[in-house]
Design a protein around this ligand. Structure first.
Ligand code: ATP
Ligand code: MG
Length: 364
């Protein structure tokens, strides 16, 4: 990935511009953490970048970043910029392209996110990011109160980085959060959920949740029962335990379904064969982790299931229709459910003739 990133920078520089890897990738590189994508900053403008990289995706909004994909990695290339007064505590009202790296770095949120790497893999540390990485501290670039006021999402970003990296918030960041946390009300649920997802999905989620509570962000974020949830390392498990008011955070259909199943699985025995079969290993493991049932026990019971899906049952609906000589209808499903249960509870062997005999005896 670094090799490809270096090539991208060189290509921009070959066209007469300056370019650096910046932000998350460099921070994570120094911490020996794997990155998923690479942010690059440059004095080349989007139109220059589109000329340099055929197939580059032009930003949909003015002043957006140009995105390219190489070797399954996303490169987001952003022109050096200055952000003027902020609109709605989130979007800068005006962005001006500039030519100077240092000035671009001063608009960034935290010192640990201002580190750069040049084409020869030298680290460029203009704002003391390295020292803060070493000290494990989240410090804003410039005045914390002002930086959190102009973009309140940075409050959640601070909590996110403190959680994921297991860093501490600088004292003035904590003060800044206390002064400005009410502004989170003005930020869209979508942006807030993106950050909360990253906090909850972290292996260190417990710390993140404690920070949200200690900083009294739970009320403002409308995560009212956050104090009462049980610790778990599952993102879906955490969301499933939170009372979410209608018309606030929005979930995909897949997330909704999983949350519903986890809530159900919390009320049932997660080692029971039928429950394991019906809700699956994933959902039962999440519920189990909340209820402190060992993952190994759940996995072992799941492995030992006679069948794991419908297609493993030795008779199929068409067979039932045939040997009972009945027509299609909702009762087929009932018969089928009963067969599944009998097999799962080992009262009936999973072979066609035993299942057929059972049907003839009970449903003829
Ligand atoms: P990761 O990609 O690991 O989530 P990141 O630090 O790369 O973390 P991004 O959201 O990808 O975060 O943003 C890239 C860089 O842009 C950041 O490192 C930071 O320098 C800057 N940045 C992002 N969001 C903001 C913001 N709200 N205010 C100021 N600077 C920001
Ligand atoms: Mg990034």
């Amino acid at each position: 990935m670094l090799e490809t990133a270096t090539k991208v920078i060189r290509k921009i520089e070959d066209n007469g511009f300056k370019a650096y890897i910046v932000g998350g990738y460099v921070r994570d590189y120094l911490l020996d953490i794997k990155s998923n994508d690479v942010d690059i900053c440059t004095n080349a403008k989007p139109k220059d970048l589109v000329n340099i990289f055929k197939g580059a995706i032009l930003p949909t909004e003015d002043y957006g970043s140009v995105t390219i994909y190489l070797k399954n990695t996303r490169f987001e290339i952003t022109t050096f910029r200055k952000e003027m007064s902020y609109l709605d505590y989130r979007r800068p009202q005006k962005v001006i392209y500039i030519d100077d790296l240092r000035e671009d770095l001063t608009r960034r949120d935290f010192t640990i996110n201002t580190l750069c790497m040049d084409k020869d893999q030298n680290i460029i540390d203009l704002l003391n990011g390295k020292a803060d990485i070493k000290a494990k501290v989240i410090r804003t670039v410039g005045n914390a109160n002002e930086r959190l006021y102009e973009d309140a999402l940075r409050i959640l970003r601070a909590v996110r980085f403190a959680t994921k990296l297991d860093f501490n918030l600088a004292p003035n960041v904590i003060d800044g959060i206390n002064n400005n946390k009410h502004l989170l009300k003005n930020i869209s649920y979508e942006r807030k959920k993106e950050e909360l997802d990253k906090i909850f999905a972290s292996k260190n989620a417990k710390k993140g949740i404690k920070l949200l509570i200690d900083l009294e962000l739970d009320d403002i974020l409308e995560l009212n029962n956050l104090k009462n949830i049980t610790n778990t390392d599952s993102l879906i498990g955490i969301w499933a335990m939170i009372d979410i008011k209608d018309n606030t955070y929005r979930f995909s259909n897949n997330e909704k379904e999983l949350m519903k199943d986890v809530r159900k699985a919390l009320t049932i025995n997660n080692l029971d064969p039928y429950n394991l079969y019906k809700y699956g290993l994933y959902v039962n493991s999440i519920a189990g982790s909340i209820k402190n049932i060992s993952k190994q026990d759940i996995a072992r019971c799941y492995e030992n299931l006679i069948i794991h899906s419908r297609k493993e049952l030795a008779v199929q609906p068409d067979d039932i229709i045939e040997f009972l000589n009945i027509s299609r209808g909702p009762y087929i499903k009932e018969i089928y459910n009963e067969l599944e249960k009998e097999v799962l509870y080992r009262r009936l062997k999973n072979n066609a003739s035993d299942l057929k005999d059972y049907c003839l005896k009970h449903f003829s």
